[in-house]
Structures are given as structure tokens and as C-alpha cells.
Design a protein around this ligand. Structure first.
Ligand code: G4P
Length: 291
């Protein structure tokens, strides 16, 4: 695999049947709330949404939260902010749930979305109800983390155990607002192979579907084009232009002393390390949907 275009030949299997079922479930949850908090990944502002969700949100106020902005390129964030403002589509915030950045703006911004409806109620002498919110998004965008952060509780109290049906509860947030304690989980929608690979890099699709080694090869191809200096410096590679991504993987494994019994380099281990480093932001802030 020596060019990003070669990855177009990869076939990432996907299951639209599951996606439709998940969307129906989410549709039922949405009916219970006033405002939907749609979580996306700041590194992948467009691809980390599920486009079918927008049909369910036609008459529902929603706020887009681009999370993990600590891992995104600040210049790209600025560009996306001004593009989205110019297009004046939906209200949005860039947040970093881990460091609680931007979280205090969520309830006030959500209340703004209800202003007209609530004003109508007031004029009819009716007191506006408690603001009801829910979190929605594809896997790994930080839904549970956000619910825990807004509820100001530890991670241990997240969602139900697999296979255990649980009644959904409202978490009282203060400021006359409540949050559904279970997030709406959407399946990512893969429009093309590069989207599929990017979604896998951010953890929205399980690594096994693509394969860890292929994914690491893709990451190195991206790195050669976009963050070669960081690759060279962090992994002490002697120049990456002339080398294939597989050769680079071998070199990094050698440098790190990743060998299997018998002396062959451990490509699986070095691939996992690279993916881990990318996901922890150790290769620097990197955007995948570029402007
Ligand atoms: P999900 O419910 O949408 O599936 O996502 P979840 O909250 O489980 O978060 C997925 C991973 O993303 C977690 O890391 C979480 O800590 C991390 N995360 C959430 N928000 C942010 C953020 O703003 N910035 C960064 N850098 N990471 C964030 P993990 O390694 O799976 O778990 P943990 O070891 O951190 O608990």
C-alpha cells in the first residue's frame, strides 16, 4: 500500500440493517427531550456525524458539540468555526470534555434554542418546563464522558452493562435542566473507504474491521504527507520519503526493540503502539477532515 489512493481498494464491511435499527431506537429517545446534544469528533467534524440523524432532527432543536478539540489542529478548528458560522447552519461548540473546556456553555446555549417556544408559553401564562437534554453520537466520541462530566460523577456510573436492560433515568443538572442518563448511539456511516479508515482511526469503528496493521500503514501514509517531521523525530526514522510504510513500520519496530521469539519484528505490536500514540495525541494535534 504505497499511496493513499490504494486504500480505496479496501473493502470495509458494514451493516446497514443494524444502522437502521439503531436509528429507530434513537428516534424514540429523541421524542423525550427538548434539545439533542449531538456529539462529533473535532478531528472529523463532518465524517463523524451520521447524516441520517439529520432527518430525525428536523423539528428538534439540537446543538453540535465537537469534542476532543484538544486532539484537533487549532488552525483547522478556526477554519471550521468560521465556515460553520458563515453557513449559519446549526449552533455548535468546540469542547474538550476531558479538561471540561466549553462545558459551562452547553446549558445556556441549549436554553437559547428553546427561547421562542418558552416565550410563547410565558405569554399564555404557562411556566416553561425543565429543560430536557440527551447526548447522541457515534461510538467513542465521548458520550459517556460528557454525561459523567455534566453530572459531575465518576466514570464508574456509566451506561447499563451489555445484556442488562435498564430503565432510563433523568440526571438533575441544576440550572433547571435534566439529562437522560443513557446516550443515543449512532452507527457511523461510511461513504467511502477513506472515511471508513478515518472513522477507525478515531475509534468510531472497531480496529478489527480494517485490521491493525493496515490501519497503521494508513496512518504512516498520512504521516508522510501531513506530519512527517513529527514521525521522524518521535520514532527516529532516517527519512521517510524514500521508504514504504511497511519499511517504516519495520524500522520503528527495530528501533523500539519489538521482536517476536525467533527474531522477526513484531508488526502487530508496533502497529498498536502507533495507533495508541495517534489517539493520545502524541503525534501532535491532527485533523482528518481538512479544510
Ligand atoms: P462513547 O461513550 O462515545 O463511546 O465515548 P467515551 O465517553 O467512552 O470516551 C471514549 C474515549 O475518549 C475515552 O478514552 C475518553 O476518556 C476519551 N475522551 C472523551 N472526551 C475526550 C476529550 O475531550 N479529549 C480526549 N483527549 N479524550 C476524550 P479511553 O481511553 O477509552 O478511556 P479512559 O481510559 O480515558 O477512561
Amino acid at each position: 500500500m504505497e499511496d493513499l489512493q490504494d486504500f480505496e481498494k479496501l473493502n470495509i464491511n458494514w451493516f446497514p440493517g443494524h444502522m437502521r435499527k439503531a436509528l429507530r431506537g434513537v428516534g424514540d429517545q429523541i421524542k423525550r427531550v427538548d434539545v439533542v446534544l449531538e456529539l462529533r469528533d473535532a478531528r472529523l467534524p463532518v465524517t463523524s456525524q451520521n447524516p441520517d440523524l439529520q432527518n430525525l432532527l428536523i423539528n428538534k432543536p439540537s446543538l453540535i458539540l465537537f469534542n476532543k478539540s484538544d486532539l484537533a489542529d487549532p488552525n483547522q478548528i478556526k477554519k471550521w468555526e468560521s465556515k460553520l458560522k458563515n453557513e449559519s447552519t446549526k449552533p455548535f461548540l468546540f469542547v474538550d470534555v476531558k479538561k471540561r473546556k466549553g462545558l459551562s456553555q452547553i446549558i445556556p446555549n441549549s436554553k437559547k434554542l428553546m427561547q421562542t417556544r418558552w416565550e410563547n408559553l410565558r405569554q399564555r401564562g404557562i411556566r416553561p418546563p425543565v429543560l430536557r437534554l440527551m447526548v447522541i453520537g457515534i461510538p467513542n466520541v465521548g458520550k459517556s464522558s460528557l454525561i459523567n462530566a455534566l453530572a459531575r460523577r465518576g466514570a464508574t456510573q456509566t451506561g447499563p452493562k451489555p445484556g442488562v436492560t435498564r430503565h432510563q433515568e433523568w440526571i438533575v443538572l441544576g440550572q433547571n435542566a435534566e439529562l437522560l442518563d443513557t446516550p443515543g448511539i449512532l452507527w457511523p456511516k461510511i461513504q467511502n473507504t477513506i472515511d471508513g479508515l478515518n472513522l477507525t482511526l478515531i475509534g468510531g469503528i472497531r480496529d478489527e474491521i480494517v485490521g491493525v496493521e493496515k490501519l497503521a500503514n494508513y496512518l504512516i501514509q498520512l504521516g508522510k504527507k501531513r506530519f512527517s517531521q513529527k514521525l521522524l523525530a518521535r520514532y527516529k526514522i532516517d527519512g521517510c520519503e524514500a521508504q514504504s510504510s511497511q519499511e517504516i513500520l519495520h524500522q520503528i519496530a527495530n528501533n523500539r526493540g519489538f521482536f517476536r521469539t525467533g527474531g522477526n519484528v513484531d508488526i502487530q505490536r508496533v502497529s498498536e503502539m502507533l495507533l495508541h500514540d495517534f489517539r493520545e495525541g502524541l503525534c501532535g494535534p491532527i485533523n482528518l477532515d481538512l479544510l
